[in-house]
Design a protein around this ligand. Structure first.
Ligand code: AMP
Ligand code: ZN
Length: 484
């Protein structure tokens, strides 16, 4: 089926056609591994996972997916520095070798990140590569040399900068993000990797060495410039090296449109002489908490492991992150997480009922996805609509468990849908597992009932109902059953 996707570059929904008939190439800006990623970051990664799964399952394309790991920037350097309070025993002993410290520190959080992705149903086998920036320093240096040779960069006080004014004479700076050129501060250089639109100025390609920071040697036109790369250069160099330019789709959160993606694109035009780094640029909106972007700096964040420690199933979190269209802001609440959990549990029970009748399905045939659901996925990844249409399909096939053939057909449909959503299991029904929080509320209700505190017992019963469980009272004990 043909897909239509919103493209930040053209600012409209375009028909997607791959550049290369063999494979669709996707580059996703990955995490900065200075800490555990929060759920806002995870929204970006779940969004890209859905994208690449829709391309495979609905579009029928093979996919080559690369996501980088930013393991050198201000934050990773700060937190891996000698004596850092954030150093942990699992990272080993700190040494005088600052680059080894950086590697050990970021390596720890990279492993945590991979574990989180796996918990969220993102399969490592779907990545062609997950490269670390520090393994591509040579390619970044080559690109900087090309940018300088083309006349779009210069050296100042041991660092190298991109010359936005020179670039703007021949190219448009501001293709992904409308920039008010009046804000351009000619001759002003900015060393920070993250800045806002009010600070458009020459950005750093290579930062000169600072005391007590790791560095790499760099010879540029006979000058020795020990230092380390700026943030933006890594994605230009790695996407070219691993995918070739132009590639099909570049992804990231909306905050990456400017300056990160704008600068990546400018560097590729300037140094690799291509007009487009990628044909499609896709950006997910923010996950918010009470109207504010979830972020480390605001302190309003949750991590997946926080929630898992509280007994949440990570696949409920995955479903919660998919409940809004990727271009709409999504507000994170525990109510939405509970609602996702109940909804996921209900469909899981339908799947188990059908497996009781028809057995575990074989690998799904792509054509078994209901057309209306596939069309919703193909329409700029409209997951909420796909879910609504899946529920309609299930309602229309509510009698499927009356015949083995019908049960098989619905199971195949669900399995194909799940190749995109990845939140259900198609193994046989396991012995009933009651989550700890449900068990604890049930115990409290039993105690309230024994004490004849009927109001409290009723309140706790409805709390169990919200969590998707019903409690049956026996003479001496109770039993719990999931609501279907
Ligand atoms: P970082 O590790 O900060 O480089 O971010 C990794 C990815 O998460 C990027 O694509 C960001 O745009 C994205 N991101 C960060 N915060 C949020 C948020 N609150 N909601 C959605 N995406 C986010
Ligand atoms: Zn990037």
């Amino acid at each position: 089926m043909q897909l239509h996707l919103y493209n930040t570059l053209t600012k409209r929904i375009d028909l997607f056609t791959p550049l290369d008939a063999e494979v669709v190439r996707i580059y996703s800006c990955g995490p900065t591994v200075y800490d555990v990623a929060h759920l806002g970051n995870m929204r970006a990664f779940v969004f890209t996972d859905v994208l690449q799964r829709v391309l495979r399952e609905v579009g029928g394309y093979p996919v080559r997916w690369v996501m980088n790991v930013t393991d050198v920037d201000d934050k990773t350097i700060r937190d891996s520095s000698v004596g850092s309070a954030k150093w942990r025993s699992e990272m080993g002993q700190q040494s005088d070798d600052l680059r080894a410290n950086l590697r050990a520190y970021t390596g720890h959080f990279e492993q945590e990140f991979r574990a989180d992705l796996t918990s969220l149903g993102i399969e490592m086998s779907h990545f062609a590569q997950m490269p670390r920036a520090t393994d591509y320093i040579g390619q970044m240096q080559d690109l900087i040399r090309e940018i300088i040779a083309a006349g779009y960069g210069y050296t100042s006080e041991g660092s190298v900068y991109f010359d936005v004014a020179a670039y703007s004479k021949k190219h448009t700076y501001g293709r992904l993000f409308t920039i008010d050129t009046e804000n351009f501060r000619e001759g002003v250089r900015i060393d920070a990797d993250e800045y806002d639109r009010e600070s458009v100025s020459d950005f750093v390609l290579w930062k000169g060495r600072k005391d007590d920071e790791p560095y790499w040697d760099f010879a540029l036109n006979g000058e020795d410039l020990p230092g380390r790369p700026g943030w933006h250069i890594e994605c230009s160099a790695m996407s070219k090296e691993l995918l070739g330019l132009p590639f099909d789709i570049h992804t990231g959160g909306v905050d990456l449109r400017f300056p990160h993606h704008e600068d990546e694109l400018a560097q590729c035009c300037a140094g690799y002489h291509v007009h487009d780094q990628a044909r499609f640029w896709m950006h997910n909106e923010f996950l918010e908490v009470e109207g504010k972007k979830m972020s480390k700096s605001l302190g309003n964040f949750f991590t997946l492991r926080d929630l898992m420690k509280q007994g949440c199933d990570p696949l409920d979190v995955r479903l919660t992150l998919m409940l809004a269209h990727y271009r709409a802001v999504l507000n994170f609440t525990f109510d939405s997480l509970r609602a996702a959990s109940v909804a996921r549990g209900r469909v899981q029970n339908v799947i188990w009922d059908l497996i009781d009748v028809a057995g575990v399905p074989e690998a799904a045939d792509k054509s078994s996805m209901p057309l209306a659901v596939a069309e919703a996925f193909a329409d700029d990844l409209n997951v909420p609509q796909a879910l609504a249409r899946m529920y309609e399909y299930l309602a229309a096939n509510a009698d499927a468990k009356n015949s083995k053939e019908h049960a098989q057909q619905v199971l195949n449909a669900l399995r194909s849908i799940n190749n995109v959503l990845a939140v259900w299991s198609f193994s046989p029904r396991p012995a009933l597992v009651v989550p700890n929080d449900v068990r604890s509320i049930a115990d409290q209700r039993w105690a309230a009932r024994t004490a004849k505190d009927w109001a409290e017992a009723d309140r706790l019963r409805s709390e169990l109902g919200t969590l998707g469980w019903s409690m049956k009272d026996g003479k001496d004990d109770y039993t719990l059953e999931p609501l279907s």
